[in-house]
Design a protein around this ligand. Sequence first.
Ligand code: DAH
Length: 338
Amino acid sequence: MLNDIQTIKNLAREEIEKAHSLKTVHELKIKYLGKKGIFTHKIKSLGLIPQEDRREYGRILNETKNYIEELLAKYENSFKTLELNKTLQTQRIDVTAPGYCIPAGHVHPTTQVLDEIISIFTSLSFNVEEGPEVELDFYNFEALNMHKDHPARDMQDTFYITEDIVLRTHTSSVQVRIMEKTAPPLRVIAPGKVYRCDADVTHIPMFHQLEGFMVDKHVKMSDLKGVLEVFIHMIFGPDTKLRFRPSFFPFTEPSAEIDISCVICKGVGCNVCKNTGWLEILGAGMINPRIFEMAGYAPDQYTGFAFGMGIERIAMLKYGIDDIRLFYENDKRFLEQF
Ligand code: DAH
């Protein structure tokens, strides 16, 4: 019996001493000490040893097992040190190597233009306000003098949530919301997302608008003209001409559409301006006194102007972009140009 242990010990020592790699040491560890290893088997079969010999046998078995364990650990350590030294010698960290270049993001062209427009108007003392995108029919239409039968309410253009709740179709919805909670004088811009059930080269279902309005005693059409002229000259350059054309909006009276001289061909005529030399850029007008009534302002004391513009439209003209859908395709080749 004890001879048996001695034989295993000799064999194990021989094998361990011959080991030439960490892998072999690990294999031997499994062979001798693993769950199904030789020593584990021996310990499990201790019960078969006659009672009187069991104690002595167990002691020697344990001693031998510990010896083998220590021997394996010794070899394991020396192989590990060897491998570590090898790695340290062959793999040096070059602290002078250039780092990885993490690609920088870009501010989206819509945001860039929006930021620029906002900074122009804040420099003219306009405050920035916001309103909800999911809006009451009241603020989007009714309070702006667009009653139930107005064509702008056509189901084709408006996303209805319920009969009384819509996705706002324009930022004009912010006008009465602000007037209700603020007494004049007011100078406000309200940028944000708007929604229309429409999609082609020039239309997308969600786009950005910026609404502007000013209310005080004695606000005149010439104030509107002055403010818009400053704005257009700052955003498109001082040589840009403005043209006011009579138009109609239910919430302004009189109403105008404002054109600028074509920023692409400088008014000579090109396909962007359809050879007219002019580009339509804004809707505007003097706030209809009915809106003041809706907001609880005294219509005989106050006057005001309002205007609204599409941000993507301005960005397209500023950067010469010919397809509005490019703004929302998230194509990096497009976005990286800004
Ligand atoms: N809300 C109009 C639209 O979406 C734009 C507009 C026109 C806004 C005239 C105004 C305005 O404030 O006075 O087409």
